[in-house]
Write a protein that binds this ligand. Structure first.
Ligand code: PRX
Length: 651
């Protein structure tokens, strides 16, 4: 958290209100305001009784003894209960007609299609669970998954969950170094990967990156490789094995382990305010409960729906809303491997038309790209199957929201703008599409059982329409349990900024109707194309280059990506500024972290503006990067000439 966070001022005023379309309301799972209000009332009168009643929807091998044990900041939910997520997502559906229903409809970027029914998915998951066991993976071990968006990724996740191994998925865009750090932090025993995947018409190699990472990962005993692209790769004798060969040698039966409700389900790394990514830990019972309920309520999933969340499974949205939430509801999930503009900018609309997608969940950054590409692309396709639209990952500007509503939803589909985080595990603030009137740009209200507030740093609630810090006041079932291996950082990052409440790191305001408007991060975390990056991570990548003495990274608003990365860099004495060096530094960051962290702009400077105590004044740099002018307070600046020079370089 930066010490110089300015007062949060909210300037946005949006007056439009859209009630749920009557036709949607009539058949919605929650379609009456009375039902919704009574859920809210029940939840606020006795949260634990409410969550216990909701948890009846899951399959438990053994019921819990205690709903919640809460000693701030540590929560345990459904203590004593035993369940298995893979059982809830698969076996349960085999006892009904869902057995033969499509669980996953997958489309590869080059155009192949695969469908897995629940029964087929179950048998693949059981087989891979046996492969894991055969490879020496036991309950409690960690397994790293570094894969393209192919069904095998979901199979591997569910197989881990089936035997109680904790998965740690690393997005395929991360570099060998980032992968290595994550594998080592979690102490993974096995890595599952693929030879490569496809993105925007090119093959993205994955196995060579894994080979590089595995040079320095002492805990890894083996690597399983899916053949996706068929490209030639190195297979290390004794360590690397082909997925398809291993799957031939095992049984298709594997009973699901009866796991404690608090058994670690997964670790997912996300960026924080320091250079070291945080391993967010989620456990079993509480996580599944909220992933399940929110999918059902917010996406209004019905048995006949085809549901498509465009997120990569490497991010939390993919964990909760491509895999666990929809499958536990017995839904049909569409998965698409590649880019939205391959081969043409209408690929998404083509997919919606081809498969008759009913529910579509994507990110504002994608919507802004669609707007830029032009409405002729969606207009070429029949999108009449759509009945519900969603967004996640960053604030959506009202104009993008209106475009989404009119051009994609034809004014007929409700939009659910869902606020949540890797840490919250599931959606916390969102409309319910059959009951909540929506306002463009607002995630509307917290869900039943979720108590959210907007506060000052001193912990005082702010008034209507006043900006402040978004906090959560009560533990919730799908909350993170800790930062892997670092309870202290967990306590300090989330439960110490404002006493007694969870600090989300977002600014927000609540309007007179109780609607929440999220204003973005208030810490040194930036949101680029809906992905979180710590400025400190990018800075330390830059500084690790021999030419760089110091670096400061800030965000500048970007029409498509939300934020663009601007890096101010000072060089070691003997190095000269040049365009070639800028390009070299960009490449260096890509190598160190991954392409998602590649700076959009690099500015060389002789010195960085600092306070007398030596802290870089990022606020000034942000102002320079954004508009050129520095308007805020500069009285704490140590050397005024630095600012003058930076300004001069601007001109
Ligand atoms: O700043 C908020 C923004 O994304 C952050 C969480 O990022 P991550 O953990 O990567 O998870 C993204 C997907 C859940 C939040 O702190 N954010 C997420 N959803 C919204 C949002 N900002 C505004 N509106 C949203 N609907």
């Amino acid at each position: 958290m930066s010490s110089h966070t300015p007062n949060i001022e909210s300037l946005q005023h949006e007056e439009r209100v859209f009630p749920p379309p009557e036709q949607f309301r009539q058949s919605a799972r929650i379609g009456s305001l009375e039902d919704y209000e009574s859920l809210r009332a029940e939840a606020s009168a006795s949260p634990e009784t409410f969550w216990a009643r909701m948890a009846e929807e899951l399959h438990w091998f053994k019921k819990w003894d205690t709903v919640l044990e809460w000693t701030l900041p540590h929560a345990k939910w459904f203590v004593g209960g035993k369940l298995n997520i893979s059982y809830n997502c698969l076996d349960r559906h085999l006892q009904s007609a869902r057995r033969n229903k499509a669980a996953i409809i997958w489309e590869g970027e080059p155009g192949e299609q695969r469908t897995l029914t629940y029964q087929q998915l179950h048998s693949q998951v059981c087989r891979f669970a046996n492969v894991l066991k055969r490879s020496g993976v036991e309950t409690g071990d960690r397994v790293a998954l570094y894969m393209p968006l192919i069904p095998e990724l979901a199979i591997a996740m569910l197989a881990c969950a089936r035997i109680g191994a904790t998965h740690s998925i690393v997005f395929g865009g991360f570099s060998a170094d980032s992968l290595k750090d994550r594998i080592n932090d979690a102490g993974c025993k096995l890595v599952v990967t693929a030879d490569g995947g496809y993105r925007r018409g090119s093959e993205i190699a994955l196995k060579p990156t894994v080979d590089e990472a595995l040079k320095h990962t002492p805990t890894v005993k083996g690597c399983v490789v899916v053949r996706r692209t068929g490209t030639r790769i190195h297979m290390e004798a004794g360590r690397d094995h082909w997925w398809h060969e291993l799957m031939e040698t095992v049984d298709a039966k594997c009973p699901a382990e009866e796991l404690d409700s608090e058994h670690p389900l997964y670790i997912l790394y996300t960026s924080g305010t320091t250079g070291k990514p945080k391993g967010i830990l989620h456990t079993t019972g509480g996580y599944l409960l909220q992933a399940h309920l929110t999918t059902k309520w917010i996406f209004d999933i019905k048995d006949e729906d085809i549901y498509w969340c465009t997120a990569d499974i490497g991010w939390v949205t993919g964990h909760s809303y491509v895999v666990y939430g929809p499958l536990s509801n017995g839904a049909t999930v569409l998965m698409y491997e590649g880019a939205p503009n391959h081969p043409e900018p209408d690929r998404f609309w083509q997919i919606i038309e081809r498969h008759g997608v009913n529910i579509f969940y994507t990110a504002p950054t994608a919507i802004r790209a669609f707007i830029k590409w032009g409405e002729q692309w969606p207009l070429k396709h029949d999108l009449s199957s759509l009945r519900l639209l969603g967004t996640v990952g960053e604030p959506i500007n009202p104009e993008a929201w209106m475009w989404y509503r009119e051009i994609i939803g034809k004014g007929r589909c409700p939009i659910v703008d869902t606020w949540w985080q890797t840490e919250t595990g599931a959606i916390m603030i969102s409309p319910l599409p059959g009951v909540t009137a929506t306002k463009p740009g607002s995630a509307t209200k917290p869900l039943p059982g979720i108590e959210v507030d907007v506060m000052t740093k001193a912990g005082e609630a702010v008034g209507a329409n006043e900006g402040g810090y978004l906090v959560i006041k009560r533990p919730w079932p799908s909350m993170l349990r800790t930062i892997w291996g670092d309870d202290e950082r967990y306590q300090q990052q989330y439960w110490s900024e404002i006493e007694g409440v969870y600090f989300a790191g977002d600014g927000a305001r609540r309007d007179a109707d109780g609607y929440f408007w999220i204003m973005g991060r208030v810490d040194d975390v930036i949101n680029v194309s809906g992905h979180r990056l710590g400025t400190a991570e990018v800075e330390s990548a830059l500084v690790s280059h021999e030419a760089v003495a110091e670096a400061a990274v800030v965000a500048r608003p970007d029409e498509i990506k939300g934020s663009a990365i601007v890096a101010f860099v000072t060089l070691e004495g003997q190095h000269k500024t040049s365009d070639a060096l800028k390009e070299e530094l960009r490449k260096h960051v890509t190598r160190e972290i991954g392409s998602l962290a590649r700076p959009d702009e690099i500015r060389f400077t002789d010195a960085l503006p600092k306070t007398r105590s030596g802290k870089i004044m990022r606020r000034l740099l942000r102002e320079l990067a954004t508009g050129g002018a520095v308007r805020g307070d500069t009285t704490t600046l140590e050397d005024f000439s630095v600012l003058e020079k930076l300004r001069a370089e601007e001109e």
